[in-house]
Design a protein around this ligand. Structure first.
Ligand SMILES: [Mg+2]
Length: 429
């Protein structure tokens, strides 16, 4: 049985600010989004004052007065570096560390000796003392259960920061009381659908017939159903994106030792992140690139990541440019990298005032991306991709000499037409 731990920073951005300014200890503090607009992180003291996530800062000061809480502008370069430190500490506990967002990392605990709960406590204490980040740790046989355990650890101080749901009996207790909407990937629409079927708690959900749940919530819902029953089946990349950040990562089929291969992979990740942002109507204000060698394998190891604040955008080509610049800075020759990823943070609705792209041409940019998305919707997949992402980029199954299925697959025929339509669409911009 696999075991996963999810380590998640508490009020992460606030904790990063506190790590370097002890005067902030114990006082209410918030971190504001780009342009100091809205609250993106709240310390527990700020939460106790009733400050809401995403609340415009000027509303808070009107309501509570200017000095109700200390505030800081967001400093994504700092948060990214603190995230890197957290990763380094965690890599000492497991060769299997997968960043899911800037402050959330999954650890594979399979085959490690000793008690998971003890290990969870040691992880939490070490991250706090070395990286100066308070965290909660959730443990379970699937990522969905580890995530739920983490939520439980955050919600109830009785857990002292570590909740282990490895044992079915422990899960059964929690499942009876937790609403299904608290589960990762079950959004408000799914929650409403399930409520109509009489499913309110996690226990109701897992007791329902799998086929019925799959029908109600599609394939992803079916996987969540299996995961909650302890059957691990969620690949990290298929997990629901969350408002505070989203990621596209890939473990390569073969390790990468050439910059040309890495740059293609990073460009492809960044372009895909742009698609996800547009699907969700969001823009990003910060971007992280990470890469590392296989920490299980012998040989020299390297892991690094870089986070930069960016002008709010959802333009795939702009994201590719920024991601490649960052990747170049952390790339080191002489290592065999087996994983890379691009994450974006500081997300906000694209219709908010921030979507101005002042240094680009916003109308042109929006129309180009609309053309990219409509082609993808019509012809499937990435008909139009940036040249930087390469034609057969590393990590895809290697099929160098595969000829197009000229006669049997409509997709291969429409590709040429797709390109023509693209060119037409771009000319008209
Ligand atoms: Mg967190």
């Amino acid at each position: 049985v696999p075991t996963f731990a999810l380590v998640d920073g508490n009020s992460f951005y606030c904790a990063c600010e506190r790590a370097f300014d002890p005067r902030l200890k114990g006082v209410p503090i918030v971190v504001l989004s780009n342009n100091d607009g809205c609250v993106v992180s709240r310390s527990s003291e700020a939460k106790a004052l009733g400050i809401k996530p995403g609340e415009p800062w000027h509303h808070v000061t009107q309501r509570l007065g200017r000095h109700a809480a200390e505030w800081r502008s967001s400093n994504y370069a700092l948060y990214g570096d603190m995230s890197r430190r957290m990763f380094e500490v965690l890599a000492g506990f497991s060769p299997d560390v997968e960043p899911y967002s800037i402050d959330e990392m999954f650890l594979g605990l399979d085959g490690l000796p000793g008690d998971h709960l003890d290990r969870g406590r040691a992880i939490r204490a070490t991250v706090l003392s070395v990286a100066k980040i308070p965290t909660c740790v959730g443990i379970g046989p699937t990522k969905t259960i580890a995530k739920l355990a983490n939520k439980a650890a955050k919600a109830d101080q009785a857990f002292a920061g570590v909740c282990d749901l490895s044992a079915p009996a422990a899960r059964a207790v929690l499942y009876r009381v937790w609403p299904i909407g608290e589960v990762w990937g079950i959004g408000p629409a799914s929650t409403a659908k399930l409520k109509a079927l009489g499913v309110r708690t996690v226990a109701d959900f897992i007791d329902a017939p799998p086929a019925q749940m799959r029908e109600a919530l599609t394939v992803v819902g079916g996987r969540i159903h299996a995961e909650l029953r302890g059957v691990s089946c969620l690949a990290l990349t298929t997990l629901a994106p969350q408002r505070k950040g989203m990621a596209v990562t890939r473990t390569f089929a073969r390790p990468i030792a050439a910059w040309s291969d890495m740059s293609e992979a990073v460009a492809a990740h960044a372009f895909r992140v742009g698609e996800k942002l547009r699907q969700h109507g969001l823009v990003a204000g910060a971007l992280t690139v990470f890469m590392h060698t296989n920490l299980h394998a012998p040989g020299p190891h390297y892991a690094n990541q870089l986070t930069v604040p960016i002008e709010a955008t959802r333009n795939g080509l702009a994201l590719v440019t920024i991601a490649l610049r960052s990747a170049r800075r952390i790339w080191r020759e002489g290592y065999r990298m087996n994983k890379s990823g691009v994450m974006v943070m500081d997300l906000s609705r694209s219709d908010e005032q921030r979507d101005l792209l002042p240094s680009g041409d916003p109308v042109r940019s929006a129309r180009l991306m609309a053309a990219v998305d409509s082609l993808a919707a019509r012809y499937g997949g990435q008909v139009l991709r940036p040249a930087a992402a390469g034609v057969n980029h590393a990590g895809l199954p290697v099929r160098e000499r595969l000829s197009p299925r000229y006669t049997t697959d409509l997709n291969d025929i429409v590709r040429a037409r797709g390109a023509a339509v693209t060119a037409e669409a771009i000319r008209n911009i």
